[in-house]
Design a protein around this ligand. Sequence first.
Ligand code: FAD
Length: 489
Amino acid sequence: MYATSFLLSHYGDRVTVDVVERDATPFGLVRSGVAPDHASTKSVTNRFDGILADARVAFHGNVALGSDVALRDLRARYHAIILAHGADGDKRLGVPGEETMPGVYGAREFVGWYNGDARCAATLGATGRDPVGARIVLGHTACVFGLGNVALDCARMLLRDADDLASTDVAGEALGAGSGVERVVMIGRRGVAQAAFSPKELRELLSLPNVRVRVEPPGHVEGLDEEDAKDLDASRPRRRAREAVAKAAANTAAADATSDRPTKELVIKFLRSPTRFESETGDPDGTPPMSPSTPSVRVTLRANALEGASGSRRAVPDASVAEPEVLRDVSLVLRSVGYKGIRVDEDVPFDDENGVVPNAHGRVLTERGGEIVRGLYAAGWIKRGPTGIIGTNLRCAEETVGALIHDDERGRLREVCEVCEEEEDDDVALSLSEVLRRRGVKVVSKEGWARIDAAEREIGRMAGKPREKFVDLDEMLRVAEGADARAVD
Ligand SMILES: Cc1cc2nc3c(=O)[nH]c(=O)nc-3n(C[C@H](O)[C@H](O)[C@H](O)COP(=O)(O)OP(=O)(O)OC[C@H]3O[C@@H](n4cnc5c(N)ncnc54)[C@H](O)[C@@H]3O)c2cc1C
C-alpha cells in the first residue's frame, strides 16, 4: 500500500497499479498479525482504504504469485513489478515433537487463529494436529518460546480477560477460549540484556490486572555480568525493558505478602532452551486425542550460559546444571522465534539463507551481490527480513519506489517490454484479469472486497465489535460475488 501510494503521488495520471494479493482480503499482517486489542495500530487501514479506492488502483485478491500467476505472466504485462509478499514462513526450534505433538504450534498459526485468518483456519483444519479441527485448545498452562514482540502479543492475548477483548475484532472462535488459562511461561534462550521485546509492549503485558509476574532464574535481572552490562549500555530500549521486568517482579513480591494475590501467573524464564516436547508417556509423535480434549505436553528445558562479547552473546549449554528442567502437563506450546520469507515463484531470485529476495535498495538482484534484474523491485519484509514495525515499511517503500523512478527516468523499465517478445507469450495482449478468468481463478476485485468489508462490519456491529471476520474462504468468495452475508451466515 505504501509503495502504491508513492507511485500514485509521483506519476499522477500516468500510472495504474494492479495489486495482486494471495488472500481474498488486503492489508496483510495489519489485518492478520497485529493484535486485536491494538485497534489504533490497525487504524492504518483507513489510510490503506483510501489508497485502494483510488481509480488508478486495481485489486486482484485471492491470486497467489507462484501458483495462480507466474512472474513471467507479470513481466510480460507491466513495466515494473514490486514484490511485497512479506515473510510467510517461520523459524523452527529444531527439537523433537515440535512438528508432531498436539498442542504445539507456531506463533503464526496462533496469531492467525485469534485474528480470524482464513488461510490459518484452513491449515489448522487440514493438519488434524488440532484435536477439534480448526480451533486451538488453550487449556490452563501455555509456554511461549521467544522474547520478542510477537511473543508478547501471544502472552497478552492468552492472559487478557475475555471482557477486554469482546469489543475488538478478535475472531469469534478465539473470544473466551483463554478463560481457563492460569499460567503463561515465556522462555528465552538468552538473558534480559539480549531480549528483543520493546519496552512499551512489555509494560502493557506486565501491567495486566490480575496477573502476578515471576522472573527466573531468581536473581538473573539483578546479577548481570560485565558483557551484559555493555549490551544494556548499548540499547536504551533494553535498559527500559530490564527495569520493567525488575519492577514487575518486585511488585509481585509485594502483592504476595498480602491476601490479595492475583489469580493468573506470568513466568519469564531467561537462559533456557527446549530440548524436546513429548507426551506424558515420553512419545514425541504424540498420539492425537480421539475426542476434543486439552493436550498435555511434557516440555524439557536445558539451562544456558552466555558466551562471547557484548553485541554477539551466544547461548550455550550450562555445564554447571546437570539436571534438565521439566514442565509437565503444558496445554499449549507456542514457538515465537521469528518469521522467515519464503520463495513463492521459481523465477524470483531468492536468498534462502536470509529468507529474502536479494536486492540493493529495493532493486532485485540475480543473487546476493549479483546483477540487477531490470524492472523487478522488492519492498517490506521480503526485502529487509521480518523486522520493523508498520512505519518502517513506509521508508522502505519510499526507497524502493525512489529506485524505480530513478531507473524509469533513465529508460531502464522499458526493456521489460522486450521480455514479453522474448518469451513468445501468445496471450500477451490479454489483460491480467482476462488471463486469470481463463484460468478459472476466482478473483476478488475491489468491489468484492468492499462487499466483504461491509458484511464483516455489519455482522460485527450486531455483536458490538468493529468487525467479525469471515474465516471461511468459500464463504468470503460468495460474499464478494454479491451473496447476502446473512444468508451465507
Ligand atoms: C504477529 C505480528 C504482530 C505485529 N504487530 C505489530 C504492531 O502492533 N505494530 C506494528 O507497527 N507492526 C506490527 N507488526 C509488524 C508489521 O505487521 C509488519 O511490519 C508489516 O506487516 C510488514 O509488511 P509487509 O507488507 O512486508 O508484509 P505483510 O504484511 O505480511 O504483507 C504481505 C502480503 O503479501 C501477501 N502474499 C504472500 N504471499 C503471496 C503470494 N505468493 N502472492 C501474492 N500475495 C502474497 C500476503 O497475503 C500479505 O497480504 C506485527 C507483525 C506480526 C507478525
